[in-house]
Design a protein around this ligand. Structure first.
Ligand code: ATP
Length: 372
């Protein structure tokens, strides 16, 4: 079993007497064979978490277990874990063959001919068999990336750790490698922790994703759980492109009230927000429907500010229709709706934005926690 457990893992660095907490009490159980993506903005503690699992960084508090075995204080070489770095970290003076066999020669007593056979088999699988006698300097970025992956795979470890392994590739190659990597991981069935700051990568690749912010795990769940049921405002804003629209609203009577609109709530939603008055209303751009007219309870009168054509979709930036007329000196609030690219929407046009009640998200404004 290669179930990987982080049990209250914490890391602090000492910065001239100040304690910087990079990772705070991380708790995750990563199943045997699971592909877990650790995602979050720059500086949130992703790499530090990965480096602690690899043994490249000490753990300040908490434990890391592989199966039933605690590995917290084991040196990196004693852990059955292979890491793929963003920079690939290939030895420039060694051939691809030597780069791939080096780890096996160092860490096992496998006979040379067996190592050779394994390297060739893995190179075949990675489509780099004809590159085995070249040096890294003679390879493209994509080929180097395959070698780095091949070097991890050939060791047949219990866990793969990957730190933004695709970020040096161009967009097309990156999306091709995403699919390939996923297929490879599924075939090999090796427990994998993959770090990225790119939410699209996380959403498309992970069996589950763990979202980290400021050293703290915000939510661990399937991509769809995190998308549909974000635990808090941070997750809601981080997952999804374009980002969720947020409005500060107050609960007054049975409606959400902002300067620009009033939005009545059903009894069910009122029950969910009971006891909370200062709220944040979240609406995903793809949940907004635009119509020429309408005056239902869940509709906003808006004006089209800018249309951003995206090919099959348009991102339509809207303002509340009355905001201009009021001559408000405050910055005019815009929000975005994603609609089919076939729709003809133009700047300056007035439209009705319909937001079905099933689609809205509500958060406590003080804690950021989701309320339903
Ligand atoms: P990025 O995506 O930019 O690589 P990250 O999410 O991987 O960021 P980490 O590199 O894990 O973030 O850093 C987490 C926090 O710990 C940051 O505030 C960083 O400045 C701090 N940190 C990391 N390494 C050290 C160190 N050796 N000494 C002091 N602080 C550190």
């Amino acid at each position: 079993m290669a179930e990987l457990t982080l049990d209250g893992v914490t890391k602090w660095f000492d910065d001239d007497g100040d304690r910087i907490v990079a990772v705070d009490d991380a708790r995750i159980e990563i199943d045997d064979g699971e592909f877990l993506v650790l995602v979050g903005p720059s500086g949130c503690g992703k790499s530090t978490t990965l480096r602690m699992i690899a043994g490249l960084e000490t753990v300040s508090r908490g434990d890391i277990r592989l199966g039933n075995h605690t590995i917290t204080d084991e040196p990196p070489t004693a852990r059955d874990i292979a890491m793929v770095f963003q920079s690939y970290a290939l030895y420039p003076h060694m051939t691809v063959r030597e780069n791939m066999s080096f780890g096996l020669e160092e860490s096992t007593d496998m006979p040379d001919d067996e190592i050779e056979a394994q390297v060739e088999q893995t190179a075949e699988m990675m489509g780099i068999a004809d590159l085995l006698d070249r040096k890294p300097g003679e390879l493209s970025g994509g080929q180097q990336q395959r070698v780095a992956l091949g070097r991890a795979i050939v060791r047949d470890p219990e866990v793969f750790l990957m730190d933004e392994p695709l970020s040096n590739l161009d967009a097309k190659l990156r999306s091709q490698m995403r699919t390939e990597l996923q297929r490879l991981q599924e075939d090999l069935g090796v427990t994998t922790v993959y770090v990225t700051h790119d939410q699209t990568e996380a959403m498309t690749m992970g069996d589950r994703i763990a979202i980290l912010n400021d050293g703290e795990l915000q939510q661990v769940g399937t991509p769809l759980e995190c998308y549909h049921e974000p635990a808090n405002v941070f997750v809601a804003g981080f997952i999804g492109e374009p980002s969720m629209n947020f409005f500060d609203v107050d609960l007054q009577g049975e409606s959400l009230v902002a300067d620009e609109f009033e939005y009545p709530l059903s009894e069910e939603l009122l029950a969910d927000v009971e006891g909370h008055e200062r709220l944040v209303l979240g609406i995903r751009p793809e949940d907004i429907e635009l119509a020429a007219e309408g005056d239902g309870p869940h509709e906003f009168q808006t004006a089209v500010d800018v249309v951003e054509p995206m090919g099959d979709e348009n991102n339509v930036y809207l303002t509340f229709a009355d905001a201009d007329a009021a001559g408000s000196s405050e910055e005019i609030e815009t929000f975005v709706a994603t609609v089919s690219g076939l729709r003809n929407v133009e700047s300056g046009q007035t439209v009705v934005a319909h937001v079905p009640e099933e689609a809205i998200h509500l958060f406590d404004r003080d804690t950021g926690e989701s309320l339903h």
